[in-house]
Write a protein that binds this ligand. Structure first.
Ligand code: PEP
Length: 254
């Protein structure tokens, strides 16, 4: 298997001093990350300082969101071009907390992904069903719709990369484990949809599908051991340097 991709999403959970402290701890631990691709996504307010701390390590810088235009009269928004200047290589797009709390639509998400491809930033497109949708047997329909809304009409040039993060909304922040068999199967369905949208070689060589939802050092191995799961998006457990490093180490073993 390729090196697992492990992305830390610090959300809006840390004060500036806590973010910088965590970044310094990860820097110290970073020799353990060889053989994995590790990305941290701090708040916008700490992007520059965290970027300074982790530069010259094997940890990459990510952001939790961006706007869908490079520049203009968009008060309060953050341009991905500015983020690029700070060394950001990955940006989360369409996280369920933004879809739910900020009414982010499929169209907005599509425009963000499209712009990121033009800037050579890797979009991490987050998709996932709610508990009600799952209960109603709509999981596959929801995932298919979210993928088509975000990606139809887009193409990846040589060198472009895309990450799909499958995150069941009902598992995020809940501490629940999900049957790894089910996760592996859902990732296969996601891959089928991707093959409908893109050429086979693009899906194989330029797209990774990772899992997110209460990933911790104990359960990560079982998820990553599924061939269709190429990494993890980690929220809560990424706020603790020891736990996060343990996740990376377990993922490499699996
Ligand atoms: C997330 O918010 O992307 C996430 C996966 O959070 P948690 O690990 O806390 O479930």
């Amino acid at each position: 298997m390729q090196n697992p991709l492990i992305i830390a999403n610090w959300k809006m959970k840390l004060l500036p001093s806590q973010s910088l402290d965590l970044a310094r701890k990860l820097k110290k631990a970073s020799s353990k990350y060889a053989g994995a691709e590790v990305v941290v996504c701090p708040s916008f307010t700490e992007i520059a300082q965290v970027g300074e701390i982790i530069k010259d390590t094997n940890i990459k810088l990510g952001a939790q969101d961006c706007f869908w235009e490079e520049q203009g009269a968009f008060t309060g928004e953050v341009s991905p071009k500015s983020l690029l200047d700070y060394g950001v290589e990955y940006i989360l797009v369409g996280h369920s907390e933004r879809r739910q709390n900020l009414s982010e639509t499929g169209d907005m998400i599509h425009k963000k992904v499209r712009l990121l491809f033009t800037l050579d930033i890797t979009p991490v497109l987050c998709i996932g069903e709610t508990f009600e949708e799952r209960q109603d047997g709509l999981k596959d329909v929801v995932l298919t719709r979210q993928l088509h809304n975000a990606l139809n009409g887009l193409w990846l040039n040589k060198g472009d990369k895309l990450v799909i993060a499958y995150e069941p909304v009902w598992v995020i922040g809940s501490g629940q484990d999900v049957d790894p068999e089910e996760i592996g199967h859902t990732h296969q369905i996601i891959n089928q949809v991707l093959y409908d949208i893109f050429e086979n070689s693009v899906v194989k060589d330029q797209i990774k599908v990772i899992y997110g939802g209460s990933v911790d050092p104990e359960n990560v191995g079982a998820y990553i051991s599924k061939a269709s799961v190429q990494g993890a998006l980690v929220g809560t457990a990424s706020l603790d340097a020891t736990q996060f490093s343990a996740i990376v180490v377990q993922a490499k073993k699996s």
